[in-house]
Design a protein around this ligand. Structure first.
Ligand code: NAD
Ligand code: TYD
Length: 358
């Protein structure tokens, strides 16, 4: 039995679905079901005894203590977080609450449970913390990609809160001996991605005939990894990672945002052409930049490849095609996540979307 937190979100749900498809080991899935948590993503697991879903907060110590005592997991994989940079700029408090305080409380509950385990189970236990490359800050065009040795220089409320959580995890290992592992991954994309993030937003807006809002000059670089490859990396680190170590996860796919948007447009031109025959890229609109926008992220994943033999299965070309096809085939999932709360967010964030960037 493993305990997954945040398993109704984008990456956590992909992880749970893949885990249950490939293993007999059951999963307890603890998720608060914020706007980003979506049980519809897990609909295929309905009635499956290998999946136990519990709605709740990682910061609810009484609940987490009870779940640990009842299910006695051999590992905890912590995905639960507030994850959207733009939201962290509008309202950082939820990020501190869940990513910092929530992780702290979860660590304390896990420490209490782990300390009381018999020796053999104690040494086999793992706490895997899922983090981001954004903790390393921003690179210039010519800087080498982030390695695990880069110092932490977070720039947004989101990345600062994730950096804080990584530090807590590290300290719980050094101080209390908790058997932890941390992964720092680049930008994910793929099925079940909430359409507030770049790639799903562009697909959804393009199909709806809306503007495709590109921040600033669109030349910010991100390193993209297909979500299933992130999940396979986490499984591998959980299986064979060295205690207390951190592992960067990335796909060697650095691309400027405008190239991503053009690629999505070209795939849609091919797979679902516009009724008027015009290209989707006509919908691209440059909008005011994100404050403090990090210019470039790039991950050096050689440690994970060399020490644990992990490699991504998808190239960017194969992964992005699968992703666009998935969104075309799952319009109902998209419609259902576009709730009232989602529409309010879009209005708040993109009220200036017709304003040209300075
Ligand atoms: P997401 O926002 O899609 O999902 C987060 C999930 O956590 C949601 O289901 C939400 O309901 C749940 N949650 C939020 N607060 C909670 C709380 N207090 N208690 C319990 N559950 C709570 O995020 P994601 O994109 O799936 O990211 C998952 C993890 O991976 C995060 O820790 C994020 O920092 C990290 N990460 C994400 C990316 C990316 O590109 N999306 C890249 C690297 C690392
Ligand atoms: P995002 O998907 O929010 O991930 P992150 O900020 O964690 O990297 O954004 C990816 C990149 O796309 C980032 O440089 C911001 C940019 N972006 C836009 O240009 N327009 C948008 O509407 C969004 C959501 C993001």
């Amino acid at each position: 039995m493993i305990l997954v937190t945040g398993g109704a979100g984008f990456i956590g749900a992909n992880f749970v679905l893949d885990w249950i498809a490939n293993s007999d080991e059951p999963v307890v899935n603890l998720d608060k079901l914020t706007y980003a948590g979506n049980l519809e993503t897990l609909a295929s697991l309905k009635g499956n005894p290998k999946h136990i879903f519990v709605q709740g907060d990682i910061g609810d110590s009484a609940l987490v203590d009870r779940l640990l005592a009842e299910h006695k997991p051999r590992a905890v994989v912590n995905f639960a977080a507030e994850s959207h940079v733009d939201r962290s700029i509008h309202g950082p408090e939820d990020f501190v609450q869940t990513n910092v305080l929530g992780t702290f409380r979860l660590l304390e509950s896990v420490r209490g449970f782990w300390s009381a385990l018999p020796a053999e189970q104690k040494s086999a236990f793992r706490f895997l913390h899922v983090s981001t490359d954004e903790v390393y800050g921003s690179l210039s065009k010519t800087d080498p990609a982030f390695t695990e040795e880069n110092k932490y220089e977070p720039n947004s409320p989101y990345s600062a809160s994730k950096a804080a959580s990584d530090h807590l995890v590290r300290a719980w290992h050094h101080t209390y001996g908790l058997p932890v592992l941390t992964t720092n991954c680049s930008n994910n994309y793929g099925p079940f991605h909430f359409p507030e993030k770049l790639i799903p937003l562009m697909i959804v807006n393009a199909l709806a005939g809306k503007n495709l809002p590109v921040y600033g000059d669109g030349m910010q670089v991100r390193d993209w990894l297909y979500v299933k490859d992130h999940c396979s990396a986490i499984r591998r680190v959980l299986e064979a990672g060295k205690l207390g170590e951190t592992y960067n996860v990335g796909g060697w796919n650095e691309k400027p945002n405008i190239e991503i948007v053009n690629t999505v447009c070209a795939l849609l031109d091919e797979l679902r052409p516009r009724n008027d025959g015009k290209p989707y890229k006509e919908q691209i609109t440059y909008v005011t930049d994100r404050p403090g926008h990090d210019r470039r992220y790039a991950i050096d994943a050689r440690k994970l490849e060399a020490e644990l033999g992990w490699k991504p299965a998808e190239t960017f070309d194969t992964g992005i095609r699968k992703t666009v096809e998935w969104y075309l085939a799952n319009s109902e999932w998209v419609r259902n996540v576009q709730s009232g709360a989602y529409r309010e967010w879009v209005e708040k964030q993109y009220d200036n979307s017709t304003k040209a960037a300075a």
